[in-house]
Write a new protein. Sequence first.
Lengths: 417, 338
Amino acid sequence: MAIVADAPKAGFRLSMLIYDTRYRSLTIQVIVMILFMGGVAWLVDNAIQNLQTLGKDFNFGFLWNRAGYDINQRLVEYSNDSTHARALLIGLLNTLLVAFLGCVAATIIGVFAGVLRLSKNWLVGRIMTVYVEVVRNVPLLLWILLTYAALTEALPPLADFRGDNPTSTMVLNNSMAFTNQYTVMPEPLFSRSLGNIDIGIFLISVDLLAIIAVIVGSVLANRAIKAHATRVQEATGDRPVTWWKSLMVTTLPLLALLLALGFHLGYPELGRFNFSGGTEISNSLMALWLALAIYTGAYIAEIVRAGIMAISHGQSEAAFALGLRPGRTMNLVVLPQALRVIIPPLISQYLNLTKNSSLAIAVGYMDLRGTLGGITLNQTGRELECMMLLMLIYLAISLGISAIMNVYNNSVKLKER
Amino acid sequence: MIKQLFFGSLAATGMMAGFASAATLDDVKARGELNCGVTTGLVGFAAPDANGQWAGFDVDYCRALAAAVLGDGSKVKFVPTTGQTRFTALSSGEVDVLARNTTWTYSRDTDLKLTFVGVNYYDGQGFMVNKSLGVTSAKELDGATVCIQTGTTTELNLADFFKANNMTYKPVAIETNAEGEQQYGAGACDTYTTDASGLAATRASFADPENHIVLPEIISKEPLGPLVRHGDDQWADIARWTLNALIAAEEFGITSANADELAKGTDNPEINRILGTEGDLGAMVGLDAQWALRAIKNAGNYGEIFAANIGESTPIGLARGLNAQWTQGGLLYTPPFR
């Protein structure tokens, strides 16, 4: 009787790391990982050694020193006595401002261009094709410079507004002026202001908070009115007339608040060199915003077109069969489904736009790259610290945008039950 | 530009391989070429001429240095740098010497780990305005829009000046002098501020220089000079004494024309020591005896270089002023060659 012995238990041999498919992939991964870590360690070590050779240290203490330089465009208070960290904040806010404005404008332009590119109207379709192809095939920097040059060359210099018989005049009842440096317009002022709240980093106007609160309240009330109308309609079949209620709810509280705060407009006046009073929008912001929006809009247009074309034609045919007009078919049937295809690549376009805003220095817009990565870096000589901080901040902004857009994507994507 | 700066910074902090070694002299000799950082273009100081050859006051210093070290003033590679990239270019070893209208300040000398080898132009910050504005003094500039090169000392002086005089201004940050000229010319700013010598050079390049004036106020001290990295004292000595040789040559009347003649021997021992006919000054810095002679013969002494590039007979038309020899009431005063 033969006893079948157990299959021989082969001991582990080193060669199995290469020849045994069970271990091979692991071996490769470990080797690559070691090489990668070695490379990183070499870079870090090299940087440390060279910093030592140069006699430089690595610390971020300079951020709390006096900056000493001035910044033209600022959303919160800043003077040359502020710290470098404060200058960083100014730059960050400027970056976020242009990124936000750019994303909104690019989306609007992109959706219009994308939809129109599919238009049955030959001319409209071709014009959009030309827009997309011309804009996205020329470097962004050139568009920024071109927009800026167009604004500075086409608009009159401030000197034209001066003198006894100026060649340029302000428009809209002397309330607005377009100059080659900036556009100035009336600013909202409150004679019975509620003051500001200091939240440590900057001041928040209580007036603004009150206005926002009232607007939000109005919108909620308006919704309640409409919901009530819908309930009545479902119960009785008749929809009560609500437009006058909506109008009153949305306008009256706001008007009352503005009256209570003593709202009035501060008109700009031309001084010795510049306009004083009024709100200024610099041409560099305008140029950067327009260029970023137009450029990114071209990419978004293609994404929107692809999204629409991804929706089966049967969907529109079904909508037509139900009697929906083309416009409503697009808004109610096609675009909501197309969004699922559009959102993921749209996120990367938003990220691109935000990162591309670092070209701002070309037109002298003081964004993060201009303050922290530009003047602070040069005046303090802390290249490594500034660049790393700059990279970290851009990374954080991008991840933030990604996170927000992913939440939105999850809310519109196909729900599988 | 951004990429350039980024890589510049990477290189500066040494994350990339190939860091400049301490012995710059050996590197330059082995390379057979001197890498000299200059401006991106400031007529009179450093700008390519009609034939694409770099010419100017700072350029001639670099050529003199190349002549001293390599024996040929044409063996220079000029690396244009902006106000933002210049120090990283020097720290990273991309250039051996920076001759770029750079102000000698405490923090640059110490914190940035650079060594200024002397002053080749005593300057001060001024303002240029269009005559039609009717401004006659910088004190009248309250509320003006000011074009300012970013990453410079002028940026900080400007803030200090307006603050001290209780005035406000709107800064417009620009990257290079060319951009400043264009912005100022287009009326995007009321006044352009930089070193007075730079303003004179900029004004000279306008089509209508007579319509612009440089205001009388000089709001800062701007001693401009060449600089090298910390950590190579021999190279710093060579750069320093080449500049001193050019200045001393003017003081002792050595010119590009008579240098060869004087090198045969004179009654003045100091001239003999400079030109290498007496003593062994060259060997002390690792060069041969004729190093200073070659430097002087290249484009002449300090006075000749000044007159040819930025002097009163040129379109830039700068007077010697502070930059005259100490014997003429100026500030140029070199330590003795002995």
